[in-house]
Write a protein that binds this ligand. Structure first.
Ligand SMILES: Cc1cc2nc3c(=O)[nH]c(=O)nc-3n(C[C@H](O)[C@H](O)[C@H](O)COP(=O)(O)OP(=O)(O)OC[C@H]3O[C@@H](n4cnc5c(N)ncnc54)[C@H](O)[C@@H]3O)c2cc1C
Length: 394
């Protein structure tokens, strides 16, 4: 295989969207390397597929809205099917979290797409729900993303634009010469040279960068999702419900049952991201407390995936602060499926030296993720060692 002008490591949404954007902007010699058999096999295929745009950061709100615009109206040849099922999304908050949710809503301004709702309206929207809340918002244009269609659109479009995509291809190290990254070494021992290298390896990006001498710190956190068995009384058109507070959770219909998440978080080694048996009890307790009609339903599937964060939950998109010719598209946390398209576009513009808009460049600059001290140490004995306010984030 010949050398490339741009090598992208990782075929999740970050890498696939970057490769797609590069080809859309006319780049040649783009190669994406993915170690799994298919693209989207890690976090980008293990997520809750929720389109939600409201968050507590101004830059993220705006970035998410760009992502939502893309998902609602992708380019004509991107996907033969819609990328969003517009079921709507409800955000609720108990007394401990309602101030923060109200402030986020106000800060997002009139373009947020949300409206406050009362108890009666919530009962109409989600009759099966039993929930004490203080503040609730309804977002009629949000809902569920078709992840398979989104990933297929990026992959198909990147190939059509001339990118080479290689799966079953594991990168072991970045090649560094005189402070510049000039390619990668593969597990086979082969060296691949490139003018620019992009680290889009999700939960594994931080370790690959650090081994090469980058100062960036990323923190992979595990979160579990379960889908219940079919429940006859469950309307498949129900909206997404996302509750913030002391006992956060989110849920949406899936395959005749309900996809449910207790918003657990645990810092783990991404190579050991298996299901923690302790999570069964947490999921069962929280689901039956708020959705009693599901008490008889069983678990049809249960899995865990990694949400990876930069410092202060900033995305990490742009050039490495130390290593020349190394670029990052990482730390997309719980927003990657919504923000994949704008993240890929921003990264591609940076790589090609095009104007990318000062706002996002500064907000997501990798130099913000550089650190001398590690993130808070993980305690593997509990599912709750991350800060309470973090569990209320996406
Ligand atoms: C439980 C859960 C729920 C979520 N819910 C949502 C949601 O509802 N909405 C939303 O927008 N986001 C959600 N997310 C977040 C979203 O899934 C992530 O932000 C996104 O998938 C990150 O994409 P990525 O490409 O950075 O990482 P990944 O998808 O993990 O891709 C990284 C890729 O790099 C590859 N790779 C790693 N190391 C190497 C190597 N050495 N050589 C070659 N390839 C390598 C991996 O195999 C992987 O395919 C959720 C995440 C989780 C875990």
């Amino acid at each position: 295989m010949s050398d490339s002008s741009i090598l992208v490591i990782g075929g999740g949404v970050a890498g696939a969207a970057t490769a797609w954007s590069l080809t859309q902007l006319g780049a040649e010699g783009v190669t994406l390397l993915e170690r799994e058999r298919t693209l989207g096999a890690q976090s980008s295929g293990l997520n809750a597929a929720i389109l939600r745009t409201l968050s507590s950061s101004r830059a993220l709100n705006e970035f998410s809205r760009r992502g939502a615009d893309f998902l609602h109206s992708p380019p004509t040849d991107f996907s033969p099917v819609p990328l969003v099922h517009t079921t709507g999304l409800v955000l609720t908050a108990d007394a401990s979290a309602s101030r923060e949710l109200k402030e986020s809503f106000q800060a997002a301004g009139p373009d947020s797409g949300g409206v406050p709702i009362d108890r009666e309206r919530l009962r109409e929207l989600f009759p099966a729900l039993e929930l004490e809340f203080e503040f609730a918002l309804w977002f009629p244009r949000e809902g569920r993303i078709d992840i398979a269609a989104l990933m297929a659109g990026f992959e198909r479009g990147a190939r059509r634009g001339g990118a080479t995509i290689e799966t079953h291809c594991s990168v072991t190290d970045l090649l560094v010469e005189n402070g510049s990254v000039c390619g990668v070494r593969l597990e086979s021992g082969e060296r691949r040279l490139a003018e620019k290298t992009v680290l889009a390896a999700g939960a594994w990006a931080g370790a690959l960068g650090r081994r090469a001498g980058s100062p960036l710190e990323l923190e992979p956190r595990r979160r579990h999702l379960m889908v219940t068995t079919r429940a006859a009384e469950l309307d498949p058109g129900l909206p997404v419900i996302w509750h913030h507070g002391r006992e956060p959770f989110y849920a949406r219909p899936e395959s005749g049952g309900l996809l449910f998440c207790a918003c657990d978080e645990q810092v783990v080694d991404p190579d050991h991201c298996s299901v923690d048996p302790k999570v069964h009890e947490l999921l069962a307790d929280r689901a039956s407390a708020h959705l009693p009609s599901l008490a008889q339903a069983g678990i049809s599937s249960l899995w865990a995936g990694m949400r990876t964060f930069g410092r202060d939950h900033h995305f990490v998109i742009g050039p490495d602060p130390i290593l020349r010719d190394l670029y990052w598209v990482a730390g997309l946390g719980g927003h990657g499926m919504v923000c994949g398209a704008p993240a890929g576009d921003l990264a591609a513009r940076e790589l090609l030296g095009m104007d990318s808009g000062a706002l996002f460049r500064e907000d997501f600059s990798p130099s913000k993720a550089a650190g001398t001290s590690p993130f808070s140490a993980a305690d593997s004995s509990t599912l709750h060692e991350c800060a309470a306010e973090d569990r209320n984030r996406l």
